[in-house]
Design a protein around this ligand. Structure first.
Ligand code: GLU
Length: 418
């Protein structure tokens, strides 16, 4: 991380920027900048060596005006209350911009999963799920995967919840394995929405994707899938990175092969086809047509933004640009397509998973991908309509204007109780 911006303050600044273009009263605006409820936990879990591990864990329920709180759970060292609050707010606006009937939530545990055995991670996850049980449910708050969590953790949460509640309720959590009630296409969904956003953005800007040079920062679930789907569209993915460093190849990588190398060795670095090795930060300033930050928040701050040479940035990570970076890139005419649209495929297919769980009727992968494309393309069009109609400074502000208006409309229609 090059920037030290507090992500919660970044979220509030983004909401304020958009509110300037909306007719929203000060009180309502304040509601949109603070979570409704934050749960902070201290989990005590038996470790394999007989000692007891203590872990700080959080779940922030930001806003439920449009539906149940929805959002992932991340396992990462240093996960903090403010980080989770910000991420839960981004979920509210993400669900609103793609117009799915959810509010926003997010959770996390301050843990480095690489330091624990699978049995320990299972106990940590089940302990968290037990504490979350009074708050979660298919109509109240629905967790999902996020950084360093996936199907395995979601299956554990579902099983813990269902066992304690003596029920079957697969829609209590999304991102499960297929056997456990997951959806076709869910694993690819985040990267797929990044590809679709980039494709629509290039089309809108009159740029060719065929032969475009692309750099992808982060080679986890979102990054590597976005990379191979962009390669499938004809782009040259010339640079990729992970926390160990970046690799560059002027003619573009076979991105699936790079992933196999990472699976075998733990990193993209040292991949055979690479010309030479660079730092993760170098990659952000490579001279490319498209930059896809797909790692963590605050990857690009105001200083680094001055050196970004990409024409277009499509955010696969949540919050990878600080507000200062946004200002600099807007001033430099770099087109930034925001996270709340570009990585919304994950939660959109979570929504499809939840619909399938509730109907106990499962869709083909083709249907999932078609419905996802419809949802993302339509959200992209709404964003462009707003951008052109209101003359907002950048696409992020346009996305927030669309999203905030939808949340405010729901709130005003619902009214307050009592
Ligand atoms: N963690 C993902 C996100 O940040 C997915 C959330 C979900 O599927 O609910 O959008």
């Amino acid at each position: 991380m090059s920037g030290e911006a507090n992500p919660f303050e970044s979220l509030q600044e983004q909401v304020d920027d958009a509110a300037a273009y909306l007719d929203v009263s000060g009180d309502v605006l304040e509601r949109l900048k603070h979570p409704e409820r934050v749960l902070e936990l201290n989990l005590s879990v038996d470790l394999d060596d007989g000692s007891v591990g203590r872990f700080r864990a959080f779940r922030s329920e930001f806003n439920g005006d449009r539906g149940p709180y929805k959002g992932g759970i991340r396992y990462h060292p240093g996960v903090s209350r403010d980080e989770v609050k910000a991420l839960s707010g981004w979920m509210v606006y993400k669900c609103a911009v793609v117009d799915i009937p959810y509010g926003g939530g997010k959770g996390g545990i301050d843990v480095d999963p690489a330091e624990y055995s699978a049995a320990e991670l299972e106990r940590i996850t089940r302990s968290f799920a037990e504490e979350l049980r009074p708050f979660i449910g298919e109509d109240t708050d629905i967790p999902a995967p996020d950084v360093n969590t996936g199907q395995r953790e979601m299956n554990w949460i579902k099983d813990t919840y269902e066992t304690l509640e003596n029920t079957t309720e697969p829609g209590v959590v999304t991102g499960k394995s297929l056997e456990s009630g997951g959806s076709e296409g869910r694993v690819e969904a985040t990267g797929r929405s990044t590809m679709l956003t980039a494709r629509e953005a290039f089309d809108y800007l009159g740029k060719e994707m065929e032969g475009a040079d692309v750099a992808v920062q982060g080679y986890g679930n979102a990054g590597h899938i976005a990379a191979y789907l962009l390669e499938d569209l004809g782009a040259d993915v010339v640079a990729v990175s992970d926390s160990s460093g970046a690799i560059y190849h002027e003619h573009g990588f076979d991105t699936r092969d790079v992933k196999e190398h990472k699976n075998e060795t733990g990193s993209v670095t040292g991949y055979g086809g690479a010309d030479e090795q660079f730092s993760n930060e170098d990659l952000l300033t490579f001279d490319v047509d498209l930059l896809v930050p797909a790692a963590l928040e605050n990857a690009v701050d105001g200083d680094l933004a001055r050196d970004v040479r990409a024409d277009v940035v499509v955010e696969a990570a949540n919050g990878p640009l600080t507000p200062d970076a946004d200002d600099v890139l807007t001033e430099r005419d770099v087109a930034v397509f925001p996270d709340i649209l570009a990585n919304a495929g994950g939660v959109t297919v979570s929504y499809f998973e939840w619909v399938q769980n509730r109907q106990r009727f499962y869709w083909s992968e083709e249907r999932v991908n078609d419905e996802l494309e419809t949802q993302i393309v339509s959200a992209f069009e709404d964003l462009i309509d707003c951008y052109e109609a209101l003359d907002v400074p950048n696409f992020r502000t346009a996305a927030y204007v669309v999203a905030i208006q939808r949340v405010v409309d729901a709130y005003m229609d619902n009214g307050n109780w009592p």
